[in-house]
Design a protein around this ligand. Structure first.
Ligand code: AMP
Length: 215
């Protein structure tokens, strides 16, 4: 199964993708995570992306589509893919069709996480992750059970994304509205879009996504 999780920054795409990975053994393909890894490693891709990401703008379509193609090539053909943060433009949506077709894959569902944008800035600016295992937390909504210790792996180091600040978040939202939301009709025309209430609590969102996958 191949699915896209679509929604503005802070909608919960990463959290829900992690849950699907744990439950179904699907693979999360997050272009944001791939780009952050490239920035940390100082690769040419990372050098090209770093300042664009810091501003909250979108990096080039060709660059992210190449990353997605490479990741899919490294996966077992039968394993499911969750596209998280990709595609983000009409051109990327077209590339994804070409990339999937070339690998004998089809797109089963596009799940749109429907959220109230006003709540997103608070969600985003409070979030942090375990530096060792990547588990996500939030200053208000999901603190570790023991302060300073990761529930999942016991790690003690946490990190925050440099682009999770109020200014950059506003640019990221504007990019979503201008370039990403307009790709929904492409998938609506194919009858594969499902809308899920992304403001519900996390378990309810997971249950709603599971119901879509079971259709
Ligand atoms: P994310 O982790 O999905 O919020 O992505 C973080 C940043 O990486 C975005 O604000 C963009 O600068 C860049 N990025 C991630 N995915 C894409 C994509 N599909 N197209 C263009 N830029 C992307």
């Amino acid at each position: 199964m191949n699915i896209i999780l679509l929604g503005p920054p802070g909608a919960g795409k990463g959290t829900q993708a992690q849950r699907l990975v744990e439950k179904h053994g699907m693979r999360q393909l997050s272009t944001g995570d791939m780009l952050r890894a490239a920035v940390s490693a100082g690769t040419p891709t990372g050098l090209e992306a770093k300042s664009v990401m810091a501003r909250g703008e979108l990096v080039s379509d060709d660059l992210v589509s190449a990353l997605i193609g490479d990741e899919l090539d490294a996966m077992a053909p039968g394993s499911g893919a969750i596209f998280d943060g990709y595609p983000r433009t009409a051109s990327q949506a077209h590339s994804l069709d070409v990339i999937l077709e070339a690998r004998g894959r089809t797109l089963d569902h596009v799940i749109e996480l429907d959220v109230n944008e006003d709540a997103l800035v608070e969600r985003i600016t409070g979030r942090f992750t375990c530096a060792a295992c990547g588990k996500g937390y939030h200053d208000v909504f999901e603190r570790p059970r023991v302060d300073g210790t990761c529930d999942k792996c016991g790690g003690h180091e946490f990190k925050r994304r440099p682009d999770d600040n109020a200014n950059t978040v506003r640019t990221r939202m504007a990019e979503y509205r201008a370039k990403t939301a307009p790709i929904l009709p492409i998938y609506e025309a194919r009858g594969i879009v499902a809308r899920v209430d992304g403001m519900a609590d996390m378990d309810a969102v997971t249950a709603a996504i599971e119901a879509v996958l079971a259709r």
